[in-house]
Design a protein around this ligand. Sequence first.
Ligand code: ADE
Length: 224
Amino acid sequence: MKIDVLTLFPNMYDNFLTESIIKRAIDRNLVEINIHNIRDYTVYSNNQVDDYPFGGGGGMVLMCDPIFRAVEALNNDDAFVIMMTPSGKVYKQSIAYDLSKHKHIIILCGHYEGFDERIKSIVDLELSIGDYVLTGGELPSMVVMDSVIRLTQDVISKESLESESFDNNLLDYPNYTKPYEYRGMKVPDVLLSGHHENIKKYRHSEQIRLTKENRPDLLGGSHE
Ligand code: ADE
C-alpha cells in the first residue's frame, strides 16, 4: 500500500513515521508513506497556498490550484483521495477495513478554515475523526493511517486482529496477565480452567456487558 499525505506541516509526521509498528511496516516495505508539502505545488508568488474567504469571515481557506496540481502530480493510478475535515463522515473501524484494501491513498490535510469547496470535486471521501475541531487534519490523518496500516497484510499477526473492539459491533473482552492476584484482585477462574468453550462463552458475555456499559449505541445497529 502507498499513502501520500498533503500537508502544510510535514514535520508533524516525523515521530509517527519513525516509531513502533508504523516504522517496522515501512522498513519491511509493507507500506510506503510519502509526506508532501502543499507549498511545493503552488505557482503563486510568495509560495501562497491560502487566501481570505469570499463573503468574509475569519481565517484562511486553502486554494484550489496548489491542491489540484499536487493531486494531479501524485495520482497516476486512480488513487483513492481522502479529505480530512470535521464536516466529513465520522471515521470508524469498518471504514478502516475498506481503506486497507486500497493500493494507493492520497490524504489531504487542511488547516485554518479548511478547503475551497471546489476541491471536493477531486475527493472520494471526506472524513472526520470525531465531533470536535482540531487545528488541522494532520493528527486525524495519522489516526486514519495508523488504523489502516495495522490492518494491512502482514503488518501485525492475524491472531492479534482476530478479536478486537468493534468487530460485530462489540467492544473487546478484558485481558489479564501475571500475577494471578494483584492487590486483592484475582484473575477470573474460568481463564485458568483450560476449558476453551467456557472461556469463549465468558469472553463473549463480557463483550456484551462492556458494550452495554460503555457503548450502548453500538448494540442498536447492525454491522456495516
Ligand atoms: N480537521 C480539524 N478537525 C478535524 C476532525 N475532527 N477530523 C478530521 N479533520 C479535522
